[in-house]
Ligand binder design. Structure first.
Ligand code: C5P
Length: 306
């Protein structure tokens, strides 16, 4: 095999609650994650030497150096496999960087899956999950995809029944990226754990019960929640303002729910159907020139051979 291509799906957080501080510096989380059909494309090509190289398209959109999770994933596998040779990775970015959509994590997951095939390593799903957790808290979910509960620091992934058809508008202020490290650090510095508005309110239990019973989106949309909005929205007026525009567009375009994904800067607006999402997306594009918007859908997997 000289080359192999894969697609890697973004995710949204239907739920993100910070339930504790951890001694390792991370936070204890309860998250519900959902893969969406916004995808990067990764191509692996054999090299004649034993170097690991990365090219990002468009150039400069994400770092093409050792901080990129695609390259880090390749290095982890390369270091544990003698004489495997080199690989050139081409990463076509469609998922915004710094958007809270796990774009970097899903690229890393795709390289793990892809090189396992490409180099015929014979690693099983559990082996890949262990390596994924070393790369980042969201990478194990990105290996699995679909709809899932993620706990611990995010790396303990339990599948949930696939949410059927889910249609939404993603919207993000152009050129705004939020650092995940900054968001969690500020959450800790501002001691927001002690003032949780959902503590003892059974939001996550209600959401999980509805999802496990295959309830329609209208029933569980009220239980969506993201603790990181409490730090990101007050510091980034553009995201707060966009949230309010999405919540109150023209009356017949009002979505079921609007929430920030991960640490932002992307918001998602859940819509009743595709026609509704297309109309809301058009409204945002016409009225908010500083915002980029996509109509996307939930999907039941994350990494796929192309
Ligand atoms: O695991 P990952 O490298 O993706 O996490 C990025 C950063 O997000 C961590 O360095 C940490 O600052 C923060 N984080 C956290 N608690 C988590 C997950 C991430 O504080 N459960």
């Amino acid at each position: 095999m000289r080359s192999l291509s894969l697609t890697a799906a973004a995710k949204i957080n239907l739920y993100l609650e910070i339930t504790g501080d951890r001694p390792d510096g991370y936070h204890e989380l309860v998250m519900v994650l959902q893969s969406i059909d916004l995808r990067d494309r990764i191509t692996l090509r054999r090299r004649s030497d034993d170097h690991l190289t990365l090219e990002v398209i468009p150039e400069g959109l994400a770092p093409a150096d050792a901080t990129n999770l695609a390259l880090r994933a390749a290095r982890i596998l390369w270091e544990r496999t003698p004489n495997v040779g080199g690989v050139h990775i081409t990463l076509e970015k469609h998922i915004p960087v710094g958007g809270g959509l796990a774009g970097g994590s899903t690229d890393g997951a795709a390289v793990l899956v892809g090189l396992n095939h490409f180099w015929d390593l014979g690693l099983n799903h559990a082996d890949l999950c262990t390596l994924a957790a070393q790369l980042g808290s969201d990478v194990p979910f990105c290996l699995q995809g679909g709809t899932a509960l993620a706990t611990g620091r995010g790396e303990v992934v339990t599948p949930l029944p696939n949410v059927g058809s889910l249609t939404m508008v993603l919207a993000k202020p152009k050129a705004l990226a939020v650092s995940t490290v900054w968001a969690y650090k500020t959450f800790r510095a501002e001691r927001l754990l002690s003032t949780s508005p959902v503590h003892g309110q059974h939001y996550s239990q209600n959401l999980l019960r509805a999802l496990n019973h295959h309830a329609p989106v209208e029933e569980w949309a009220p239980w969506l929640y993201n603790d990181l909005e409490r730090v990101v929205l007050p510091h980034h007026g553009a995201i707060a303002q966009l949230k309010s525009v999405l919540q109150n567009p023209e009356p017949d375009l009002r979505p079921l729910q609007v929430l920030m994904s991960g640490s932002g800067a992307t918001l998602f607006a859940l819509c009743g159907d595709r026609a509704h999402a297309i109309a809301l997306g058009e409204f945002i594009r016409h009225t908010q020139p500083e915002v980029e918007a996509w109509v996307v859908h939930g999907q039941g997997h994350s990494i796929a051979l192309d």
